[in-house]
Ligand binder design. Structure first.
Ligand code: ATP
Ligand code: MG
Length: 324
């Protein structure tokens, strides 16, 4: 058994848009996308608007057929074995779709459970379990769905995806439009689910959020993969510099040259009592080498500040690289 729960291989998808009776236009949404999702991880699929994320999410969850290529989820092919895929995958496509407005959240979940073939008793039991899991309070049982806040809708959408206790969860922008607290609640929930062994594929545009929760990111742009890896690995691969700000009692002449000769420096400058260094390489190694140099100068350090590149920096660098 492989340790990859989702395998995407060379997937292509072109939409045909009809404009009038005779005229047709084609949109190449995916132009040969490949990547793998390791079991038990939170894997983020990123990319600008129109990159093809939702198209891919729909293909993975058997809502849309690919034109070419292959997607396997837990070993099941999305084209040849869609029923098996649906059995093992829970999907959240649009947090406020797929619910009956006049029914309560609980009733919606039970109804969905019945559709999925659960007995009434099992559907009710499972609905209770998942509502507890996503932290929806007692009142959510009675209130009709139309009175739910967006934060509650996001949580109940995830609860619905969990009704069949799937091993894999696929979520398209689950925090879209949520306030700070609700977005955090959703993030915490995804981390909790991941710890309990679920494999999660999530899309989004908030890099700060994604960086906090994901173990791996795949960045797509115009239907092709432009970067893939652990966030830290990506920053290294893309050669993003770390910024180190040293506050010193004095900055001796020639220290810049010394630093340059021992560390791969991108830029180095002085600002009052601060020496600001932009360097490439692993943080530990760069910091170690810098401290060694300062020790040789016998320079007391007043303060050190290390600013690491963010996932957002890596994301922008990857997209720029792809444009060039
Ligand atoms: N049903 C459709 N018919 C025609 N074109 C479509 C359809 N759905 C998506 N597209 C086009 O396919 C491309 C990829 O769209 P997709 O929705 O997959 O992007 P996305 O990465 O999810 O974007 P966003 O971040 O805005 O959600 C876009 O150019 C989009 O306009
Ligand atoms: Mg989308």
């Amino acid at each position: 058994m492989t340790n990859h729960c989702i395998i995407v291989e060379n997937v292509r998808k072109t939409y045909i848009v009809r404009e009038g009776i005779r005229k047709k236009r084609t949109v190449e949404a995916l132009r040969g996308v490949s990547f793998k999702v390791r079991c038990g991880t939170i894997h983020a699929l990123l990319g600008p608007n129109g990159a093809g994320k939702t198209t891919l999410v729909k293909i993975m969850s058997t809502i849309l057929l690919p034109d070419d290529g292959r997607v396997q989820v837990l070993g099941y092919d999305v084209v040849k074995e869609p029923e098996n895929v649906r059995r093992v995958v829970g999907v959240v496509l649009d947090i406020s779709k797929g619910f009956y407005y006049t029914l309560s959240g609980f009733e919606n979940l039970v109804f969905y459970g019945l559709l999925k073939g659960l007995s009434k008793k099992d559907a009710e039991r499972r609905a209770k379990e998942v509502l507890e899991l996503v932290g929806l309070e007692e009142s959510a049982y009675r209130r009709p769905y139309h009175t739910y806040s967006l934060g509650m809708r996001a949580r109940i959408a995830i609860a619905k995806a969990l009704m069949t206790d799937p091993e894999v969860l696929i979520l398209d922008e689950p925090t879209l439009g949520l306030d700070v607290e609700s977005a955090r609640a959703v993030r915490d929930l995804l981390v909790k689910l991941s710890r309990s062994g679920k494999t999660i594929l999530v899309t989004g545009h908030n890099m700060y959020e994604i960086e906090m929760i994901s173990n791996h990111v795949t960045i797509i742009h115009k239907g092709t993969v432009v970067a893939d890896g652990h966030p830290e690995e990506l920053k290294l691969k893309l050669g993003l510099p770390i910024k180190i700000v040293l506050r010193l009692r004095e900055i001796p002449e020639g220290v810049e040259e010394h630093v340059r000769s021992e560390i791969p420096v991108v830029n180095i400058c002085r600002e009052e009592d601060k020496l600001i260094i932009y360097a490439k390489g692993r943080r530990e190694e760069v910091v170690q080498a810098l401290l060694e140099i300062l020790r040789r100068y016998e320079l007391p350090i007043i303060d050190v500040q290390i600013v690491e590149p963010t996932l957002e920096d890596a994301y922008i660098a990857a997209l720029r690289g792809a444009e060039e």
